[in-house]
Design a protein around this ligand. Structure first.
Ligand code: ATP
Ligand code: MG
Length: 332
């Protein structure tokens, strides 16, 4: 069986984009067909301005939501990144493998750094080195596959380059992983700005559907989604990004083809209404189960404790091997 690793950052409340682009695949296929590890990557949440209490709260909430969405501890390993020291131990070796130029070329770094600067903030060094830690997250487990949304494909590509470089220079140590993108909704766009990805850390929230939004709020956000000038319903990412985003969301929620759905609608209103109801249908069981799990925090803690223990056992030998390979003296 292949080994799978994927993660989610506690930088905000989980969104419909996170669910359709990543979490749903973890639940419906990955945990059944592979040795799958899913990680709340809390160290990555420290790369931007953050409130400590909020990160702690969001970490617990993300883990709870992943269980609510259907991850089953008897099928997969769910844990928190900072509970397993191997990630940061290996990240340093990856810093010694990657180059400064490679890091600065990362699209997400450029975008997030620009956003920080635009709001008067300063850019943390860890924002630049973030992909190196992400590479360590993946390589420490010798993962074969990394199921991610489209926006993370570049980081997985970098991870492959670093793994190959390390193996070539220091001897075979890492498995070369590959990104696996979802068949549908690999990139859910912001409802108010359909040329930008829906992202949980964005400050402007009116175009973002959160998994825990009240049904009325979900309806309102979708009914107010920006659509395009003109009135025909067409699947056309360049000319009709708003409508296309709704078609993609509706398609992903109903297992239908967006292009075929386009032919069935003649008005934006009807498309929005059906999209809202389809989204609510998908979110309802997740919300219900989340409420149940919140009543049992001990259960979530237990899952995370067991998950971290298993993860540690898997990562230790690989990271130790990397330390030896790169030239560090083993402790006597
Ligand atoms: P942030 O704004 O802090 O980067 P995010 O919403 O992008 O938050 P991440 O934790 O970076 O969430 O990513 C978690 C997973 O969700 C990744 O696999 C990522 O590719 C996927 N993902 C994130 N946003 C979307 C989206 N809009 N559409 C599809 N997949 C997405
Ligand atoms: Mg992201």
């Amino acid at each position: 069986t292949p080994r799978i690793f994927s993660g989610i950052k506690p930088t905000g409340h989980l969104t419909l984009g996170n669910y359709l682009g990543a979490v749903r695949q973890w639940v419906e296929t990955d945990q059944h067909r592979a040795d799958a590890l899913f990680c709340v990557v809390d160290l990555h949440a420290l790369t931007v301005d953050h409130d400590p209490a909020r990160v702690r709260r969001l970490s617990r909430q993300a883990a709870t939501l992943l269980l609510a969405a259907g991850l089953r501890p008897e099928l997969c390993t769910l844990f928190v990144q900072s509970h397993v020291d191997e990630h940061t131990r290996l990240a340093y070796l990856m810093e010694c493998t990657a180059t400064d130029g490679e890091m600065r070329r990362m699209i997400q770094y450029k975008e997030k750094a620009a956003r920080e600067r635009a709001t008067g903030g300063s850019v943390r060094l860890s924002l630049l080195t973030y992909p190196v830690l992400m590479a360590a997250d993946i390589l420490a487990y010798r993962a074969d596959e990394v199921p991610v949304g489209d926006d993370q494909a570049q980081h997985v590509e970098l991870t492959r380059d670093l793994a190959e470089r390390f193996n070539q220079r220091y001897g075979h140590t890492f498995t070369i992983p590959r990104a696996v993108l979802p068949a549908a909704a690999a990139r859910v766009m912001d409802l108010q700005d359909p040329t930008a990805k829906m992202g949980k850390s964005h400050a402007e929230t009116s175009g973002i559907v959160y998994l825990l939004d009240e049904p009325d709020s979900v309806r309102r956000k979708i009914m107010r989604a920006v659509t395009d000038s003109g009135s025909k319903v067409a699947h056309d990412r360049d000319e009709q990004p708003g409508v296309t985003n709704l078609l993609e969301i509706l398609g992903a929620c109903t297992s239908r083809k967006p292009v075929e759905l386009a032919e069935q609608y003649s008005s934006y209103g009807a498309l929005k209404k059906d999209t809202a109801e389809a989204v609510l249908e998908v979110l309802r069981p997740v919300r219900e189960r989340h409420a149940e799990l919140c009543a049992d925090p001990g259960y979530v803690d237990g899952v995370l404790r067991a998950g971290a223990q298993r993860a540690r056992g898997l990562a230790r030998p690989t990271v130790d091997a990397a330390y030896r390979a790169i030239g560090l003296l083993p402790p006597a």
